[in-house]
Write a protein that binds this ligand. Structure first.
Ligand code: ZN
Length: 442
């Protein structure tokens, strides 16, 4: 049988419902889709145009990063270690510096890091999200992109709530795109009023699209809605904003009743352990969400919040912090962690039938990892190796929709040197304003 690509590996981790691992194994890809997967001995029935991987390779689904703000790569490392950073630094900074060009160039820059470390699908919320869409298409990554809505003038909307109209136009422009799913992204319950939140929930349901928002992320938010409604989750439930379309980022400050409400409303969770830890926040009780049957994915958060945009920095931290939270070593297994970083994430984006695992009929989104390296050998348990030992530099090639977006460590659709050079220019143009805002703060 003919196929375009035959990807072979010492191991192929399918992450399918039976948790099948083929040692060795193969994946055959044709017209962007997986047309065959199985033990290596059966690979010879295929006649591929090109062979990838080999005996020194681990083949697995690409990572799904469920919450990012990729264009904030322009500000990575600015204003660390200060209290109330969002209101005192980030909002003023965005007001002065975030322009269409910066969003496009910084997004492209950030996607290089993400793709080269093995992320094949990501969810993003920011301003000028059509520019992020263009960057994602150029990089060749699959994505769910939400245009930000806030109750004040934003970089791409002169009026409060202008993001709603911008977002609806964005949705119209990108609906049906094979890689980009456009949607709405109200910033948070404390920056978008009840009326607009209900409106976004209704509009998204009417359009059959997910929507995303920061939920129960900060202590001031928890105190405010705790005083008025018992909790942020109870407030959102009281205004009809919770439903299966909502991808809630963070969801840290919740009680057991909130977990039960989120489960009943069938909400999805994007867990950002590294950025939450860096902000001095609590650890979201993801083990409780999983026991309640909620869909949970993992995320880096933006480059200014989590800094590293590789999922290797997240997939191992997730089980470690859940163990710290509960004192239980057996709580989140490596296998469950890897599922959360791949198929679990795809499910939270409404893409579970499309990507996240290696199964016949799904899209060809996978990564080839070199296993002959000093940080990976020996291998006794592929899941433990992938979750706790793998580092970004081990990723060799990346396929999205059956297309090589990273080939032997190099981006195929982006000039990396040019991208680095442009980021040097962006950071030089931002440096003065960043210093001024930090000066005004002190
Ligand atoms: Zn965020």
């Amino acid at each position: 049988m003919n196929c375009e690509l035959l990807v072979e590996g010492a191991a192929v981790l399918s992450l399918d419902p039976e948790w099948r691992i083929f040692e060795p194994g193969y994946v055959a890809i044709k017209s962007g889709a997986i047309v065959g997967i199985g033990p290596g001995a059966e690979a010879r029935r295929w006649e591929p145009a090109r062979r990838l991987g080999g005996a020194d390779s681990l083949v697995m689904p690409g990572f799904v990063n469920t919450h990012t703000h990729v264009s904030m790569a322009a500000f990575r490392g600015a204003s660390e270690d200060v209290e109330d950073r969002l209101a005192r630094f980030i909002f003023p900074l965005e007001k002065r510096l975030v322009k269409r060009d910066l969003v496009r160039e910084a997004a492209l820059f950030c996607l290089v890091e993400m793709a080269k470390s093995g992320t094949t699908t990501f969810a993003d919320m920011y301003y000028f999200e059509d520019e992020v869409a263009a960057a994602a298409k150029r990089a060749g990554l699959r994505c769910l992109l939400g245009e930000t809505i806030v109750d004040f003038a934003a970089p791409d909307a002169a009026e409060a709530y202008g993001g709603l109209d911008y977002g609806l136009r964005f949705i119209e422009d990108f609906r049906g795109d094979p890689l980009v799913t456009p949607c709405l992204a109200p910033h948070a319950p404390y920056t978008v009023d009840a009326e607009h939140l209900s409106l976004v929930a209704r509009e998204s349901a009417r359009l059959g699209l997910p929507w995303m928002m920061h939920v129960a992320e900060t202590l001031p938010e928890a105190r405010r809605f705790g005083a008025s409604h018992g909790s942020t989750v109870k407030y959102l439930d009281s205004i009809g904003a919770l439903g299966p379309g909502l991808l809630a980022a963070h969801a840290i400050y919740v009680d057991d009743a909130d977990v039960e409400i989120l489960a009943r409303r069938d909400v999805s969770i994007a867990h950002c352990p590294a950025s939450n830890a860096k902000s001095g926040r609590s650890i979201a009780p993801v083990w409780k969400y999983r026991e309640a049957g909620l869909r949970c994915g993992l995320a880096t958060d933006g480059p200014i919040s989590g800094n590293g945009m590789d999922m290797q920095g997240i997939v191992g931290l997730y089980p470690k912090l859940q163990k710290v939270l509960t004192g239980r070593r057996d709580l989140v297994t490596a296998r469950e962690a890897l599922r959360a970083a791949t198929l679990g994430g795809a499910e939270t984006l409404g893409m579970g039938a499309l990507t996240g695992s290696l199964e016949t009929g799904k899209r060809g989104d996978l990564i080839i990892v070199s296993i002959d390296d000093f940080n990976l050998r020996p291998v006794y348990d592929w899941y433990a190796t992938a979750v706790y030992a793998m580092r970004p530099h081990n990723v060799r090639s990346v396929l999205v929709d059956g297309r090589l977006v990273v080939d032997e460590g190099r981006m195929t659709g982006i000039d990396e040197a040019e991208c680095l050079e442009r980021m040097r220019g962006i950071s030089e143009s931002c440096r003065g304003e960043i210093a001024r805002i930090l000066g005004e703060r002190s």
